[in-house]
Design a protein around this ligand. Sequence first.
Ligand code: ATP
Length: 425
Amino acid sequence: MRILIGEVKDHLDAQVEISGWAQNIRIMSSVLFIEMRDVSGTVQGVLLKKGNEDLFNELKTIPRETIMSITGQAVKSQAKIGYEIQVSQLKTLNKSETPLPLGVIDRIESDIETRLENRFMDLRRPEILSIFKIQSTISNSIRNYFVQKGFIEIHSPKIVAAATEGGTELFPVKYFERNAYLSQSPQLYKEIMMSAGFDKVFEVAPAFRAEEHNTPRHINEFTSIDMEMSFVNDEDVMDVLESIVKTAYQSVSETNGKELEILGVNKPNLNYKFRRITYSEYVKMANEKGIELKDGEDLSTPVLKTVGGAINEFYFITRWPRELKPFYVQPYDEKYSRGFDLQFGELEITSGAQRVHSPEVLINNLKSKGLNPDSFSFYVNAFRYGMPPHAGWAIGLERLTMVLLNISNIRETTLFPRDRTRVTP
Ligand code: ATP
């Protein structure tokens, strides 16, 4: 029975069978070393020429990355990992072609476009695989958190008739005789679920944004982790968010020691309280740094770089001006809202809010943002017959992974990124 390469260490002095990619073959005059790789790591197989002439000659011509299965005795050795396999049987299961489109073990760095073009090869590199093992830990720990706290997982439609927030960032799709769009966010649906009485919901799903700009932090399809809760306010869901981010960091720290080491990243540790800075305080902080910014203006990228860049940790920006937040965000007073963002340094990770629950306020807000309430009737109707006060947020999985691993380009934390110029592979 095949075992994973990572399990060989538990079978020393026994016969083992492993399968995977032959990533390197080194031939000496009387001995041959074959380095095998699978999802769990690498191990070296050793074959003596004496008594194995045919096999030895066959292996001389095997290209790198060929799929092979090896049987042999696992023994302690001088190899870097402290053990190796003395090969007795070897099967070629599927020969690789040559030359390889991208090296797996070569030290030469390829540019990101070449790597994405050949992503199936790129993903074979242990440091790239490590990013996605860690991302899997993050999303699983967040999912577990929600399930343990009694949230209901939902799956809202991704083909929709109306934009979440109006705006132009929509991909149209032909829906038989009419036009529809790919969903930018499950926002309206998760709010409807509050009216439906589901109390607490979450969703992990793709969100589509037809943003034209190509930046290191935007992609056109990303994974949005959304939540919505009834009978809570903005402060309550900020508490949940802080707790979830800390849980995810803790899980990675406990589960992914090996991957963090491969990536050269320290075990993440978040033993501080996330500061809650109001938008107006943030404006003052910018002014103190010599930036001309009036209360009410949006926080541009240069502002976030200067003020946020100096805060090398997670923090909230709260009480945004109503004008800068969508129609569904609950007012705090005449000028400010109960909308917030979670930031790490200059990067936005999450936006959230207590939401409007009164249908009158909702309709007024829609109108004041230049949107037609009739186009949102499927949503507004849910507010007319018993909608609890509610709040929620959405966190971008790829951005959270960037922050945890200190990666600057979101394409590195996306398996197959969709950006302004790329829809394949
Ligand atoms: P930004 O201002 O950075 O463009 P946004 O305000 O449009 O983001 P929201 O609509 O509030 O973002 O989405 C919530 C979260 O989803 C963001 O905080 C971010 O983590 C993630 N997100 C939004 N747009 C993108 C995108 N184009 N690519 C990757 N992640 C995104």
